[in-house]
Write a protein that binds this ligand. Structure first.
Ligand code: AMP
Length: 187
């Protein structure tokens, strides 16, 4: 296994959703991380899109760093064969360990947990707590309603227009890899 050059935190659904293409995109993202020599940092589960990402990163010989609270180990089927597995006591601790061990954050399709994780890193960036690059992988237009909501919040005067510049929406994996490469090189 070659040494990784950066760590990329993946937030994504603990379910696979209805569209089977999303699991395929999750697998392609996992393989892309390994190809680029980036370590996957994620929620350590083997379910839904997060399981798909990790299986693909591992299959492609990439490094994996999983973080899961003790109380979710059974429900999210924690993988014990990751390069590193960290078991935390709380959800907050999980997010903190994932964040501090990452150089960039990528958000794939997901549910309320994924949205919570996205908004946490976005709001931390908004108040200047970090400058790590944040990406939304907007495949199949999945995040268009979220982007519209963020625009609405800005239009209504509840956030600065600069909020939109605190993350990058990429509509496919090659674009994501290219922008990530350039941002990681300059960060
Ligand atoms: P979901 O998008 O709802 O499928 O959740 C994706 C992942 O986020 C799952 O691993 C959840 O356990 C996790 N999650 C949900 N809420 C939180 C939270 N408040 N803090 C940390 N992780 C969370």
């Amino acid at each position: 296994m070659t040494a990784f050059t950066a760590s990329v935190c993946l937030f994504c659904g603990a379910r696979a959703g209805h569209d089977p293409r999303l699991a395929e995109i999750a697998r392609e993202t996992g393989a892309m991380l390994a190809r680029e020599n980036w370590r996957l940092v994620y929620g350590a589960g083997d379910v839904g899109l997060m399981g798909a990402v990790a299986q693909a990163t591992q299959a492609a010989g990439g490094q994996t760093f999983g973080v899961i609270p003790q109380h979710l180990m059974r429900r999210e089927v924690a993988r014990r064969d990751l390069s590193t597995l960290v078991v935390t006591e709380t959800m907050h601790e999980r997010k903190k360990v994932m964040f501090t061990n990452s150089d960039a954050i990528v958000v794939l399709p997901g549910g309320a947990g994924t949205l919570d994780e996205f908004f946490e890193v976005l709001t931390w960036a908004q108040i200047g707590l970090h400058r790590k690059p944040v990406f939304l992988l907007d495949v199949q237009g999945f995040w268009q309603p979220l982007l519209a909501l963020i625009d609405h919040v800005v239009e209504q005067g509840f956030a600065e227009p600069s909020l939109r510049s605190l993350f990058t929406a990429a509509s496919d994996i090659p674009t994501l890899a290219q922008v990530l490469r350039s941002q990681l090189a300059t960060s």
